[in-house]
Write a protein that binds this ligand. Sequence first.
Ligand SMILES: Nc1nc2c(ncn2[C@@H]2O[C@H](COP(=O)(O)OP(=O)(O)OP(=O)(O)O)[C@@H](O)[C@H]2O)c(=O)[nH]1
Ligand SMILES: [Mg+2]
Ligand SMILES: [Zn+2]
Length: 382
Amino acid sequence: MAQFEGIRSHQLPEEQWKVEAVTRKPLRELGWNSFFEKHYAEYKGTFIPARVTRHLKHHYQVFCEEGELTAKISGNLRHRAKHKGMFPAVGDWVVIKARPEEGSARIHAILPRQTKLSRKVVLSATDEQVVAANITTVFLMTSVSGDKEFSLRRLERYLTLSRESGAAPVILLNKIDLCENIAHYLDLVTSVAPDIPIHAISATEETGTKKLERYLGTGSTVALLGSSGVGKSALTNALAGDEVAPTGEVRESDGAGRHTTTHRELYWLKDGGALIDTPGMRELQMWAGERSLLESFSDIVELGERCRFVNCQHLSEPDCAVKTAIDSGSLDEARYLNFLKIREEHEALVKKREQVAKTQQKIDNPKRQTWRQKKNSKKRQR
Ligand SMILES: Nc1nc2c(ncn2[C@@H]2O[C@H](COP(=O)(O)OP(=O)(O)OP(=O)(O)O)[C@@H](O)[C@H]2O)c(=O)[nH]1
Ligand SMILES: [Mg+2]
Ligand SMILES: [Zn+2]
């Protein structure tokens, strides 16, 4: 098996040994399973499987039995990719032509994704951005070091997206070493996510991190999600058992981070499994179906069953049980307003997608060609 001595010769012997130990990991340990094996069958013999570990601006880093390679996508894959979501994402299993002697590879196709965590591309109407692929669990991280770093509304949004991913969401309350009232934050979070496991931890002190082992281990892939500065990279380092990801200070003024992590990257953990560290995203626009939305706001859905109208939108209809609950104080108005906002984003996305699908249908259906298109195609035939 090639080990790229040439590339890594600047490393100390101990570091080199670590890298080599990692490169010898069999595919199963990296998350490969019968699902991918089945889809890989048609490529067998020509291409080898690899997992995308890093996505930089113009290239990818992939991991395969030949070790770690720098990869670019083939012209064919670029041509077939009709939108952003069809390009490789961190965590994807891809098939490649490897050139281990050069440390490079060409990605020819993406194997179907078992799960994916997506958001809508900012400034695009319908484009999907896959944040992490083939993940088993999402760690939603928030900091409890003070109210400035804590937002229930953000958590509701993250939770809706995570439910959509197909992976299991888990909430982490980090920086408990700086928190005097953990029970207060636990109560708040439980109120918006009664059905989700919650763990209070300190990434830097490594308190409570042992409880996370149940989500890790061979074959598992966890994606870390949360605002800048909450401690995602600090936890990555704690679980990797090494300073693999850079961490940065939090601003005194507003408690926000400085966007230290700039790209998504998959790291192998010391006790098996993988962790995808992501940059704290400024905007997390909805890419969620109705089911995930309703699951995240099941209390509002339940109240809605008592409204006078079956199709009550809980806006200004008479005898609306949701509005009544807000008036009586049993439903937090801020949660309700967040629900309306997320629902609006979801509905706008659905509408836009329908419009795009209709336009595409017109293009694909020759009977509905316009007079001008017909004339042009006749001209071409002549
Ligand atoms: N006291 C304390 N500080 C922590 C803890 N976890 C992280 N920090 C600190 O918080 C700061 C931000 O941590 P990072 O891990 O860089 O945060 P991040 O979520 O990766 O941020 P981005 O990469 O910008 O998205 C660093 O100074 C960490 O040392 C913790 O449990 N306790
Ligand atoms: Mg980071
Ligand atoms: Zn109502």
